[in-house]
Design a protein around this ligand. Structure first.
Ligand code: MEV
Length: 310
C-alpha cells in the first residue's frame, strides 16, 4: 500500500488580481488535508478511484475524458510509463470543504498524482505534481492562474506570478492565522468569470484595483521577510476592501471578519475566490481563543488555526 498527503491552502494576499498577472502569496494548511492510498487489486479489476467525500467512484477504463480526477490519474500513469488501466484500487479522502477557498480540488488532484507516482516507484517532484494538478484545475476552473496547484504541490509558502516559476517563500518569523468556513460555497470558476465580466465593462478601474492589490502583496512579502508578520493585519484589511470593491465579498463573510476584528484579530480578509468559502484572520497567541469563539458565534461552520512558519 502507498499513502500520500497534500495540504489545503490559503491565499494571504492577491487572489483574483493574480489571474491578471499581479503577484500573490499562498501558504499550505496542514490542519486540513487530502490523502490517497493505492493498493494492488485483483487481476483484471482495472483501476478504480473511490473518492467518497466527493461522492464519486471512478472506473478509469470508462470514465469521461473531462472528469478532472480521471484526467490527472491518466496523465500520472502515463508519466510513470504505465498502461492506462493498472489493477489498482485508489482511495481518496479529504477533509477540505469543496468550493471553500481552501484549494480542495487542487489538493485532491495533487494527492492522486503523488500517490500514483509513488506507487509506480517514481519520486513525486513538486514541479511534476504541480504541472499535472494544473491540468485538472483547468477542467474545474477554465483559466486558473496556477497558484492553487503550486502551493499544494510544494507544500510551502509560495510567491506566485502567473507564467513564472514559483518562488518558495521565506517567512522570517512564524505567525498564526484563524481560518473560518462560512459554510457557503463559492465556486472558483463562477467567481473568476464574474470578475472577468465586470472588468470587461470597466477595465481601467479594475486594473487600478488590481495594481493596488499587487502593492499590498509586495508589502506583505516585505513584512514577512523582515520578521514583522504583525504588519499583515492592516494589509489583510486593505486587501479585503479591494476584494469587496471587485464584488467577491458577501454579507456572511463580512460578518465573520467583523467578529474576528472585534475579538482582537489584527486584520481579516476572505481567502480564495470569495462568494462564500473561508475568511482568514491574523491572530496573536492571546487572541486565538477569543477569535475562535467569536467566529463560531458569528456563524462559522468550522474554525482552523494554522501556524505559518518558514
Ligand atoms: C482561487 O484560489 C484564486 C483565484 O485567484 C483564482 C486563480 O488564481 O486561479 C480566485
Amino acid at each position: 500500500m502507498t499513502r500520500a498527503q497534500a495540504p489545503g491552502k490559503v491565499i494571504l494576499a492577491g487572489e483574483h488580481a493574480v489571474v491578471y498577472g499581479r503577484p500573490a502569496i499562498a501558504v499550505p494548511v496542514w490542519e486540513a488535508v487530502a490523502t490517497a492510498e493505492v493498493r494492488n487489486g485483483a487481476a483484471g479489476a482495472g483501476c478504480v478511484i473511490y473518492a467518497l467525500d466527493l461522492g464519486k467512484t471512478i472506473r478509469l477504463a470508462d470514465a469521461p475524458h473531462d472528469d478532472p480526477l480521471a484526467l490527472v490519474a491518466r496523465l500520472a500513469l502515463r508519466r510513470a510509463g504505465l498502461a492506462d488501466d493498472p489493477d489498482w484500487r485508489i482511495d481518496i479522502a479529504s477533509d477540505l470543504p469543496i468550493a471553500g477557498g481552501l484549494g480542495s480540488g487542487a489538493a485532491v488532484s495533487a494527492v492522486l498524482v503523488r500517490a500514483i507516482l509513488l506507487h509506480a516507484g517514481m519520486e513525486p517532484a513538486p514541479e511534476l505534481v504541480s504541472e499535472l494538478t494544473y491540468a485538472g484545475e483547468e477542467v474545474h476552473h477554465g483559466t486558473p492562474s496556477g497558484i492553487d496547484n503550486t502551493v499544494v504541490a510544494y507544500g510551502q509558502p509560495v510567491w506566485f506570478v502567473r507564467g513564472e516559476p514559483p518562488a518558495i517563500f521565506a517567512c522570517a518569523a512564524p505567525f498564526r492565522i484563524a481560518i473560518a468556513d462560512s459554510g457557503a460555497t463559492g465556486p472558483t470558476r463562477a467567481m473568476v468569470d464574474q470578475v472577468r465580466a465586470r472588468r470587461a465593462a470597466d477595465p481601467a478601474r479594475y486594473d487600478r484595483w488590481f495594481d493596488e492589490i499587487g502593492e499590498i502583496v509586495q508589502a506583505a512579502r516585505q513584512a514577512l521577510e523582515a520578521g514583522q508578520p504583525v504588519e499583515l493585519g492592516p494589509l489583510f484589511d486593505r486587501n479585503q476592501a479591494l476584494l469587496a470593491q471587485i464584488g467577491v465579498s458577501t454579507p456572511a463573510l463580512e460578518r465573520l471578519m467583523a467578529a474576528a476584528r472585534a475579538a482582537g484579530a489584527g486584520g481579516a480578509k476572505l481567502s480564495g475566490a470569495g462568494g462564500g468559502g473561508n475568511i482568514i484572520a491574523l491572530v496573536e497567541d492571546e487572541a486565538v481563543e477569543p477569535v475562535r469563539a467569536a467566529l463560531l458565534a458569528a456563524g462559522a461552520k468550522r474554525v482552523l488555526v494554522t501556524t505559518v512558519a518558514a
